[in-house]
Design a protein around this ligand. Structure first.
Ligand SMILES: [Zn+2]
Length: 256
């Protein structure tokens, strides 16, 4: 399963906020969250914005939805081939309250795109599973306000967990116990706990990565301090974890 990170940062001025694309085997493309500069991020990553078939929105914070109205505008008015009949319909999947927020948010600049032709909304619920292109996706509730969904993704061959934005919660690490990879909010080391707000710290999560046998760990949602020097962050994780750590950057592709 191929994952393309469009952004990896906490809301900041150093790079794109956290969002990524999952390529399913049958050609479906799932975008998880809509970072600030979504269309540019997709084009930079050589992903045709029109090829996105599903968008999962984990929660309604600005750094996870801000790129959506501009993306829809591009998709419906600018994209080459937009008027061709073969354009696939696509779905936006989120909690009921998040969908209400998205409709209000899209409606401010582009009321005509709230219910654009071919676009559907699908309500996701905690503990429910959906199937997209051979990938089984189960939603769980993260420790973050407003209501935030993390996901467990399983194809025939591989599986991973994405925590979405969250304070540390051992349960989330445990969901990745038999998975190939855990992608998790890790904003900072405890030196910067204040800047990290209610997000996970390196020292909180590291001991539990070994405990649950996490094979591959991809921390995201870093604060901008680590743009210039990642060493203290890596050292704090390494102190208690011996598995593989991948530090992603904007545009990076990872094979799970
Ligand atoms: Zn958030």
């Amino acid at each position: 399963m191929k994952i393309t990170f469009l952004g990896v940062w906490m809301a900041s001025d150093v790079g794109e906020t956290v969002s990524f694309v999952i390529d399913a085997d049958d050609g479906d493309r799932i975008l998880v969250d809509c970072g600030t500069n979504l269309v540019k991020g997709l084009l930079d990553a050589k992903i045709d914005p029109m090829s996105i078939t599903h968008i999962i929105v984990t929660h309604s914070h600005g750094d996870h939805i801000s790129g959506l109205p501009g993306y829809l505008f591009y998709r419906y008015f600018f994209a080459p081939g937009i008027y061709k009949k073969e354009n696939k319909p696509f779905k936006i999947i989120a909690s009921e309250s998040c969908i209400d927020s998205l409709k209000a948010f899209i409606g401010v600049p582009y009321p005509m795109l709230v219910n654009a032709k071919g676009m559907e909304y699908e309500v996701a619920k905690v503990e429910e599973t959906i199937m997209i292109g051979g990938i089984n996706i189960k939603f769980f509730q993260s420790k973050h306000t407003p209501l935030t969904f993390g996901i467990v993704c399983r194809s025939k061959e591989v599986s991973f967990v994405y925590s979405a934005d969250t304070a540390f919660d051992e349960n989330i690490v445990s969901y990745a116990k038999n998975c190939d990879c855990l992608i998790h909010d890790v904003a900072a080391t405890d030196d910067y706990a204040e800047l990290a707000g209610g997000h996970t710290l390196c020292q909180q999560i590291a001991p539990f990565l070994n405990k649950y046998g996490i094979k591959k760990f991809i921390p995201v949602h870093r604060i901008s301090v680590y743009k210039t020097n990642i060493t203290p962050y890596l050292n704090a994780l390494r102190a208690d974890y011996s598995g593989e750590i991948i530090i992603p950057y904007d545009g990076m592709i990872v094979e799970i």
